[in-house]
Design a protein around this ligand. Structure first.
Ligand code: CTP
Length: 408
């Protein structure tokens, strides 16, 4: 498989198996990948920085935190632009740090700065007792729940002379796992998706606004996954703190009206729409030019609001019959009845319903619990999973939607 154009961050932690990472770097590089190695201080004791520099033809990240260009933070940019991150070998120590968000060196800092939507693979290598220790099992469970893919170690004679589990998986197996992940079938090649994400922000005066708790994580995960599947993505984003997905055409907006304008501009050229943004239904009727002052004796104030446009409903009215559209419904009660009503009102092909009151669902968490509801009434209730995984289910469903409504 050709990995041309794919950027891989290869994390190497301090196990004797670190010498095998040089082979991994070499094989990935020969397949066309742009490999960037990041070594922990212990890894650098086992295998030299110049080896990785020569094999990858890229600077090697180590613990020196020397940034050649002071205007950029190269290691953060790298973490955010990687198409895949592989930690091989992954020691018990680095798995523990990853599970608990510890960033105390260059590699763990890069790992923490990697967007949740970037595929992350770990190939553990350690002594059998360490591998079997409940702490390691628990850390792996945490990581897997977050969508981290574990390439399990094999059994054999270990460097400590023990015989048992903990041996780094074969290099060929690790490279194959990378290929399988990056080689995601380009099922959306030729598609152009318009994705809305994040919260809108409706100003009241120069210092205040109305907004909501949306983090934008779901929409950004969808954009990332659609790009991996070969789609062109126009991401119309409200307020988030997330780094923009690599290669998305990002249009930043603040208010619902700005979001509608940006979406209407994109509409003629897209093949489908996914509306995951949490759009404010109302905005302050008047936006004051100056900061509103409190008045003596005024214990209550009434804020008058004006109705905002419904972005996806407006797109639903104007879209061509072959343009498919998917909406979201954030509900706290009568989930399915509300979902069915919204499918009709917004002319959707599919709606993704979530009960935002459930733990592990909704706003500002990395997981979601959703039910997909189709226009013909078909449903698929998914268990709790990461937003990256939810996005895969949504895009699988998107790909299978009939092109013409008449086919329902
Ligand atoms: N939506 C939109 N523009 C709005 C409101 C919602 O585009 N002004 C979109 C959302 O992006 C989502 C879907 O409509 O895809 C449903 O959003 P939701 O907030 O669940 O529903 P509302 O239509 O706002 O209905 P209600 O608040 O009454 O539940």
């Amino acid at each position: 498989m050709n990995l041309e154009g794919k950027r891989i961050l290869l994390g190497v932690s301090g196990s004797i198996a670190a010498y095998k990472s040089a082979d991994i770097a070499s094989q990935l590089g020969k397949s066309g990948a742009d490999v960037h190695a990041a070594l922990t201080a212990n890894a650098a004791q086992f295998v030299g920085v110049p080896t990785f520099r020569a094999l990858t033809r890229n600077p090697v990240l180590t613990d020196t935190f020397e940034e050649p260009d002071t205007k950029r933070i190269a290691h953060i940019e790298l973490a955010q632009s990687a198409d895949l991150v592989l930690v091989a070998p992954a020691t018990a120590n680095i798995l523990a740090k990853m599970a608990h968000g510890i960033a105390d060196d260059m590699l763990t800092t890069c790992l923490l700065a990697t967007p949740q939507s970037t595929p992350l693979l770990v190939a553990p290598a350690m002594n059998t007792q360490m591998w079997l220790h409940p702490a390691t099992s628990e850390n792996l469970r945490i990581l897997q729940a977050r969508g981290v893919q574990v390439i399990p170690p094999g059994s054999g004679l270990l460097a400590c002379q023990d015989v048992g589990e903990g041996k780094l998986a074969e290099v060929s197996e690790i490279v194959a796992a990378v290929m399988a992940t990056l080689g995601t079938a380009q099922t959306l090649a030729g598609h152009h998706l318009l994705i809305t994400a994040g919260a809108t922000r409706e100003p009241l005066d120069p210092v205040r606004f109305l907004t909501n708790r949306s983090s934008g994580k779901m929409g950004y995960a969808l954009a990332q996954e659609a790009i991996r599947r070969g789609a062109t993505v126009t991401l119309v984003s409200g307020i988030t703190n997330l780094p923009p997905p690599h290669k998305a055409n990002l249009v930043r907006v603040e208010t619902a009206e700005q979001m509608l304008k940006a979406c209407l501009e994109a509409l003629p050229s897209v093949t489908g729409i996914i509306a995951s943004a949490a759009v404010a239904d109302y905005r302050p009727l008047q936006v004051a030019d100056h900061k509103l002052k409190k008045r003596e004796g005024e214990e209550e104030v009434v804020l008058r609001l004006a109705k905002n446009p419904d972005v996806i409903a407006e797109l639903g009215r104007r879209k061509r019959p072959e343009q498919r559209s998917i909406g979201f419904a954030a509900e706290t009660q009568d989930l399915l009845a509300n979902a069915t009503r919204k499918i009709a009102a917004k002319n959707l092909d599919l709606i993704v319903v979530n009960d935002v009151l459930k733990e592990g669902a909704g706003f500002d968490v990395d997981t979601n619990i959703v039910t997909l509801v189709w226009r013909d009434g078909k449903r698929n209730a998914l268990p709790k999973m990461t937003k990256a995984e939810v996005s895969r289910h949504i895009l699988d469903a998107y790909s299978e939607l009939p092109r013409w409504r008449g086919q329902f």
